[in-house]
Design a protein around this ligand. Structure first.
Ligand code: NCD
Ligand code: ZN
Length: 338
């Protein structure tokens, strides 16, 4: 039977939520990933050291696995002081900036992306060497939101040449092209944006479980993202943006944004890279690039995949929480070896 080993897989953009949802999803990530960058958009968002450390501890308890490294992020506020950031620096891997209201739980994000407004904090981050992770969308027409944000990324990259800027969950060809234009720009890309376009979400019947922010784009965009991922572009890393919402909030009028992929991510990535004869690049894409970009070292897990059918559960449940994964009820070609 065919096997494939992934060393220290990292998920560099992950939503684990809190309470019972955390208890439901954390073990699923901890089972197959060596570590993850944890998003701070809880309600209320993570904006203090106390909240950050206590969330890290709750994740550790919920994941039931000491072998799962959590790289914590702080929710960007424009009024953090130098002393505060200096003090919290060693406990975080970066700070996540959301334009206010642009996605789930981002109401407390920044009201303006004006560089002068953001300058004091970004200068401190640059001086302290704290990476900036950005949800890069405007509030324009939904298919153009990321493209319209490109000038902001360029202005940020030029104004703060020493600041490491990560374009989170990129979905467009324009973002891929920008990677090669500025030394200090990097990106994460999800599994679903390598696989689907707007057609898969809304071309036939509406598929709420594929609805997320940023929305899936055009075939040209998927092609550019896939090409960069398959060759393990050194400035691109895997970040699932696995974002669980309970079934009733997805299958509803006013569907919540977010695709839940963590329990299927490695199996599907293996299938995808194999299909394109690029399996040799998968370790770099899903682990080594992130270690280089964030200057981290991790060596705690290797995951063995075997070429054996895996029937994806139709739902994951814990107490009163539940979540429907991408590819629910479908059969994948690769399984995780237990
Ligand atoms: C994320 C969530 O649900 O927290 N949703 C999503 O559609 N990706 C937030 C985000 O990363 O935009
Ligand atoms: Zn996200």
């Amino acid at each position: 039977m065919k096997e494939f080993i992934i060393n220290n897989p990292l998920d560099m953009h992950l939503h684990l939520r809190d309470n019972d949802m955390l208890k439901l999803v954390a073990p699923l990530s901890a089972k197959t990933f060596a570590g993850a960058l944890i998003m701070p958009n809880l309600v209320p968002p993570i904006t203090s050291k106390e909240a950050l450390l206590s969330y890290k501890q709750r994740i550790k308890e919920a994941s039931n696995d000491n072998n799962f490294e959590t790289f914590m992020t702080l929710f960007f506020k424009s009024d953090y002081t130098f002393d505060f950031l200096k003090d919290i620096k060693d406990d975080i891997i970066g700070i996540k900036l959301y334009p206010a209201g642009i996605t789930t739980n981002s109401e407390d994000g920044v009201s303006s992306m004006d560089i002068e407004f953001l300058r004091p904090n970004l200068q401190i981050m640059s001086d302290l060497n704290i990476p900036l992770c950005v949800h890069g969308e405007t509030n324009g027409f939904v298919m153009d939101r990321e493209k319209e944000f490109m000038p902001t990324y360029e202005a940020l990259a030029k104004s703060f040449p020493k600041l490491k800027i990560i374009m989170e969950h990129i979905t467009t060809k324009e973002a891929v092209l920008l990677l090669d234009k500025y030394d200090n720009l990097y990106a994460s890309v999800t599994l679903h944006h390598l696989l689907i376009t707007l057609d898969d979400l809304a071309g036939d019947s509406l598929k709420p479980h594929l609805f997320c922010k940023p929305i899936a784009k055009r075939p040209r965009d998927k092609k550019a993202l896939l090409k960069a991922a398959l060759k393990a572009h050194p400035k691109l890393m895997f970040g699932s943006d696995s974002a669980p919402h309970p079934k009733h909030k997805k299958e509803s009028c006013g569907c919540a944004a977010g695709v839940f992929t963590s329990p299927i991510a490695l199996q599907v990535l293996t299938q995808l890279f194999e299909k394109h004869k690029c399996l040799d690049n998968l370790n770099t894409f899903v682990s080594l690039n992130a270690q280089k970009i964030y200057n981290i070292k991790i060596n705690n897990k290797y995951i063995k995949l075997i070429k054996k059918d895996f029937k994806v559960p139709n739902i994951y449940e814990y107490k009163n929480e539940n979540v429907v994964p991408m590819y629910a009820n479908e059969t994948l070609l690769w399984s995780i070896k237990e």
